[in-house]
Design a protein around this ligand. Structure first.
Ligand SMILES: C[S@@+](CC[C@H](N)C(=O)[O-])C[C@H]1O[C@@H](n2cnc3c(N)ncnc32)[C@H](O)[C@@H]1O
Length: 236
């Protein structure tokens, strides 16, 4: 027979153990749910309060002076996925988004392909600051493995070293012809052995270094139904 104070201890210990076990089960369930989250859902969650659409007037002027209009838009996850599936990137690839806005495309490439390095270059300080908030979330949630490099940099892509690039993405709809000319010349100087491929929303100007190998029409934030043209080039 258990006397009454001992009985109390046994019951209290039992209840405590039960609470600990159920707490651990809830924790395990939550971690499980998080692990099942798709990259698309993760990116949506990451960016639920981060947007690149509004920037101050002086940054619009800065963009105009650099040869781009201030109109902002993004490629949609499913559209970029179609392109990435066709490109078949490997762990030898280095990806750059030239004009990366808040960095969504860079995050998608980094999370869903085996590239060894993914970089975004963005001129607008406001968009860069927001991209850095996204980068913090990525790091906090342990999404940056030690053997892969992820970076979102503030600057003009015409002044950035792109010599290790193997894949370039440009949401170039808002780039004026002088800027398209300048970036095509810069990309022509990337070492030939990189076999650089370029995905651009605007056709590259006439040149002898890159040939058009594929065209798409894919939905973008500014044209969800009709879609927008996408051009893929490889080195000749
Ligand atoms: C159409 S948005 C593309 C955003 C992003 N690539 C995406 O799809 O989510 C183009 C971006 O290029 C940036 N931009 C324009 N000219 C630039 C330059 N010379 N250097 C760096 N960024 C530039 C703009 O500020 C804008 O954020």
């Amino acid at each position: 027979m258990i006397n009454s104070p001992n009985k109390k201890v046994v019951i209290t210990t039992g209840i405590s153990l039960l609470l600990i076990v159920s707490g651990l089960l809830v924790l395990k369930f939550r971690v499980g749910v998080r692990q099942q989250e798709t990259s698309k859902a993760f990116i949506d969650r990451m960016y639920q309060s981060i947007t690149g659409f509004k920037i101050p007037k002086e940054e619009k002027v800065q963009l105009k002076e650099a040869g781009a209009s201030s109109t902002y838009g993004e490629i949609l996850f499913d559209s970029l996925k179609i392109i990435l599936d066709d490109l078949q990137l490997t762990d030898q690839d280095v990806f750059y988004d030239l004009g990366s806005g808040v960095g969504k495309s860079v995050v998608q490439v980094f999370l869903t392909t085996p590239v060894k390095k993914a970089v975004g270059i963005e001129l607008s300080p406001t968009r860069c600051a927001r991209a850095r908030q996204a980068e913090q979330i990525l790091k906090k949630e342990d999404k940056v493995p030690l053997d892969k490099e992820f970076s979102l940099c503030e600057g003009n892509f015409l002044e950035t070293d792109l010599n290790d690039a193997t894949i370039i993405y440009m949401g170039s709809t808002c780039y004026q012809s002088e800027l398209m000319q300048a970036i095509t010349e810069k990309l022509s100087a990337v070492p030939a052995q990189n076999n650089l491929r370029i995905v651009s929303l605007k056709k590259l100007p006439e040149n002898t270094t890159f040939e058009l190998i594929k065209e798409y029409r894919l939905p973008m934030t500014w044209s969800k139904k009709k879609g927008s043209p996408v051009f893929v080039y490889q080195r000749t």
